[in-house]
Write a protein that binds this ligand. Structure first.
Ligand SMILES: NC(=O)c1ccc[n+]([C@@H]2O[C@H](COP(=O)([O-])OP(=O)(O)OC[C@H]3O[C@@H](n4cnc5c(N)ncnc54)[C@H](O)[C@@H]3O)[C@@H](O)[C@H]2O)c1
Length: 687
């Protein structure tokens, strides 16, 4: 469980044993001492004041309902001060004054092993090594919340520690509604985040309701307790870079990317993965980051190799490494727009370009304008929000203009799932072509969608609940052997290429030191791969090769879990990309097939109201019951999306679902008939 990146001296008043005792007790009956803010950590930006006086009263009344009346005279003024200082009520007084981190599963006091697995994953999402703003319960993406306040953390952990396997904990946007009787086969926890009546799902409604304490933005794996640090996206980014280079610059399937330059932005929660992925893929890369603390954190963790505050120095380092054909990552502390503009001025050839600022949240700290310092932005976004929004928009225009110049020189640019195109369009930047379409693709449209999601390949992940590195090593070995066998028995060349990339990935994974927090791993696999790997993990737990339960899960950024027209479902072209049936069906289908917990979120990745996404977690313990549940649920969890993609006439998905029907005769999917193009055109000849 020891993590080399964890500082050895931490000034806290509580150790792990005391924290476990505290969460077992739930909200304390006596008021604890206020621990203050941990000033060694990064903190969420102050949110703008959005509530009227009456709404502020409601927010205080809502917050106080977690506590007996006897404490209201102290907590009332304290919460009002938090609301007016930070724009939200986090209930800092109830933050356990210790380092929250995932403990080995047997250290949690719980009646249910499944519930203990969920406690471990919640703690991991709040670990300061993992989370972006741990004191504000934000895991990543600027506003991806695990809970809205510390009372919810304590209550949820308390419920989990006492629940039985015949109860289900219901969580509404961080708030535990309670334990309800259910049965052994039901999920232990059902989470929903940000569910709204559709006509009220605007960003303004979110800001107000979040400030009132009745909804939250769960992002993807923040509010569903399945975040594993930037490793989760390292792999996806590596695959995206390799496939982009193969498609656009003729790099052979087994070739390396030495000599190519890649420029992007963001060294935050997920975006921090880009630097690591670039080095694994072998490109020379600069990642711009406005927030010096975030950049230095990634540097000290070894995720970015070099760091510079000088734009020309950063460019020179990139060019030197490209000349030597040795991949490197340089973190440039500064604004991405200044970097792009300097690259244009110096006429530098960049091959691959993208962006991972948090544009899903452009006006509340997700995107920093070029004319202001980082600190000035932090102030202006809540003191003069309208002026700040204008600064964001004018920076976005400059951003797109510089990118357009680079693309004219031959760069391939893609939207990396952060709402870049959407917000650039809203800012009236020069982002549309003559037909009114975006000039640039979303990376899912021509890379990830057809190559991966249509074929069922997506981000399968697991966590070794013992916390032991040897268990993770054993799971890597099992996954490697399973994929190697699948590769040998597969004839489809496209599928083989995906498996080949993942064999290489898992073979090298340990050497890349990807673990931050829990002992977790990710790879891309299709349904056959996920099912085979998980079944073998279960066997290895049973025979003792793995010393404890394994927690299975995935990113929501996957084949079936997410309906997002600018991202996961960007390559659905039958008009249904504006619907969300797939994500909702996935959540329900996983729940009835044996998931330990399921979640459904509004927003995530590209922003509130723009996407519906869901995920699951499953604790497997080596039993026959675990085998039954994992095989049933994983089959659905992938094939739901492959079937929908096939119905949308995506060729790869049609092949994959036909093979799935061959494998399992109980699967019987409705397939589309093709329509003769001439007949269709003839029908409209006169119009
Ligand atoms: N493609 C994917 O698979 C994928 C996966 C996860 C997240 N995302 C999306 O990517 C975005 C980033 O996610 P994250 O978790 O890293 O968020 P984050 O907020 O932790 O990190 C974004 C970083 O960008 C920096 N930044 C903002 N404006 C900048 C500017 N103008 N110049 C330089 N740096 C700037 C911020 O300081 C921040 O550190 C989000 O919109 C998220 O939804 C995409």
């Amino acid at each position: 469980m020891n993590n080399p990146q964890r500082p050895s001296i931490l000034r806290t008043s509580m150790d792990d044993v005391q924290r476990i005792a505290m969460i077992h007790q739930g909200i304390p009956t006596e008021l604890p001492n206020h621990p203050g803010l941990d000033l060694s950590l990064d903190h969420a930006p102050v949110r703008k004041q959005v509530l009227s006086l009456n709404e502020e009263k409601l927010a205080i009344e809502n917050a106080l309902r977690y506590f007996p009346e006897i404490h209201h005279n102290i907590l009332g003024p304290e919460f009002l001060e938090e609301l007016r200082t930070y724009g939200r009520i986090y209930m800092f007084r109830f933050r356990p004054d210790c380092v929250i981190r995932a403990l080995p599963i047997d250290q949690y006091q719980a009646n249910s092993l499944q519930a203990a697995g969920i406690m471990l994953m919640i703690d991991n999402n709040l670990d300061p090594l993992v989370a972006q703003f741990p004191n504000e319960l934000i895991t990543y993406g600027g506003n991806g919340a695990v809970f809205q306040n510390w009372a919810q953390y304590l209550l949820v952990m308390n419920y989990l520690s006492k629940m039985t396997e015949e109860q289900t904990l219901v969580i509404y946007s961080g708030h535990p509604l309670g334990l309800f009787p259910s049965d052994k086969n039901a999920p232990r926890v059902v989470v929903t985040n940000g569910m709204m009546i559709p006509n009220y799902s605007t960003v303004d409604h979110y800001e107000r309701l979040n400030a009132m304490g009745v909804t939250q933005y769960g992002q993807m794996t923040a509010g569903s307790y399945m975040y594993i640090g930037p490793q989760g996206i390292v792999h996806g980014t590596t695959i995206t870079l390799m496939n982009a280079a193969r498609m656009k610059f003729g790099v052979p399937v087994n070739g390396d990317l030495g000599g190519l330059c890649f420029v992007t932005s963001g060294l935050g929660g997920m975006s921090g993965a880009q630097a690591k992925a670039a080095v694994i893929a072998g490109v020379s890369c600069i990642v711009a980051e406005s927030n010096a603390i975030a950049a230095r954190k990634r540097h000290s963790q070894g995720w970015v190799e070099q760091i510079s505050e000088d734009v020309d120095e950063a460019i020179d380092l990139m060019l030197e490494s490209a000349k030597n054909k040795v991949g490197t990552s340089i973190g440039y502390i500064g604004n991405i727009v200044e970097l792009w503009e300097r690259l244009v001025e110096r006429d530098v050839m960049v091959h691959l370009g993208s962006d991972q600022t948090s544009l899903h949240n452009p006006y509340q700290g997700g995107y920093y304008p070029a004319n202001l310092s980082f600190d000035e932005s932090q102030v202006m976004m809540h003191t003069e929000p309208d002026k700040f929004a204008l600064e964001v928009k004018s920076t976005l225009k400059r951003h797109v203009s510089a990118v357009n110049s680079m693309v004219e020189k031959g760069m391939f640019f893609w939207d990396y799932g952060n709402a870049f195109l959407l917000e650039a369009g809203r800012a009236e930047a020069d982002i549309f072509d003559n037909d009114g379409n975006y000039k640039y693709p979303s990376y899912v449209e021509d890379i990830m969608g057809p190559l991966c999601f249509d074929r069922g390949f997506g981000p399968f992940r697991w966590v070794c609940s013992s916390g032991l590195a040897e268990d993770l090593r054993m799971t890597d070995k099992i996954a490697f052997e399973t994929l190697t066998q699948l590769y040998q028995s597969t004839s489809d060349e496209d599928v083989k290429q995906q498996i080949r990339d993942n064999i290489k990935w898992i073979d090298e994974a340990e050497s890349h030191n990807l673990v931050v927090g829990s002992q977790a791993r990710i790879l891309y696999a299709d349904e056959r791969g996920r099912n085979a790997i998980a079944t073998r993990f279960n066997e290895a737990i049973a025979d003792g090769r793995i010393s404890g339960p394994v927690i299975l899960g995935r990113d929501h950024h996957d084949v079936s879990g997410t309906d997002s027209p600018y991202r996961e479902t960007a390559n659905i072209r039958d008009g249904s990309k504006w619907t969300a049936d797939m994500a909702v069906q996935n959540f329900v289908g996983d729940a009835i097939r044996g998931a330990t917990w399921v979640s459904l979120h509004n927003g995530g990745g590209v922003g509130w109201g723009e996407v519906m996404n869901g995920g699951f977690g499953m604790v497997i313990d080596g039993s026959m019951d675990s085998k039954r549940r994992l095989q049933s649920m994983l089959h659905w969890d992938v094939n739901n999306g492959v079937a929908r993609r096939a119905w949308a006439r995506n060729a790869g998905a049609i092949s994959s679902i036909k093979e799935a029907m061959e494998d399992n005769k109980s699967l019987n999917v409705t397939l589309p008939n093709s329509v003769n193009r001439d007949l269709l055109e003839d029908l409209f000849k006169g119009d």
